[in-house]
Ligand binder design. Structure first.
Ligand SMILES: [Zn+2]
Length: 129
């Protein structure tokens, strides 16, 4: 039994810290997809984690124009200001907005179209048909 309470064979990768290096290395091979552009806090976390790519649909600007309160700092600015972090990351924005915008904009704008498969009910919400 090791000092950490695990059997020696189970604790070695954890106690030696190799699991952490493996996890950090894994992020450099992953792409993160989100329906909407992340807030500045999440965009920063994406950069700190070291993801290879970050791909989003609806932009913060579109969310603002749709009536949602947002912190007006684009992910692109976070990425520009994180140039000295160890792992480069690719940012791809406004992908498939024809699909993501309707999912996000109907909530604050009664004139916005409902997502596919839904229609406006009398109370103004989008409901599946
Ligand atoms: Zn966030």
């Amino acid at each position: 039994m090791s000092a950490c309470g695990l059997w020696k064979r189970d604790c070695e990768p954890y106690c030696a810290g190799t699991w952490r290096a493996d996890a950090i290395r894994a992020f450099t091979e992953l792409s993160l997809y989100t329906n909407a552009e992340s807030c500045p806090m999440c965009a920063s976390a994406i950069r700190w984690a070291g993801f290879r790519e970050y791909i989003y649909g609806t932009s913060i600007q579109t969310l603002i124009e749709g009536g949602q309160a947002q912190i007006r700092v684009a992910s692109l600015e976070i990425f520009r200001q994180s140039f000295d972090l160890p792992n480069p990351a690719r940012l791809i924005g406004e992908v498939l907005t024809n699909e993501t915008d309707p999912y996000l904009l109907w909530q604050n704008n009664p004139a916005a179209p409902c997502p596919a498969g839904c229609s406006r009910s009398v109370n103004g919400s989008c409901t599946p048909h």
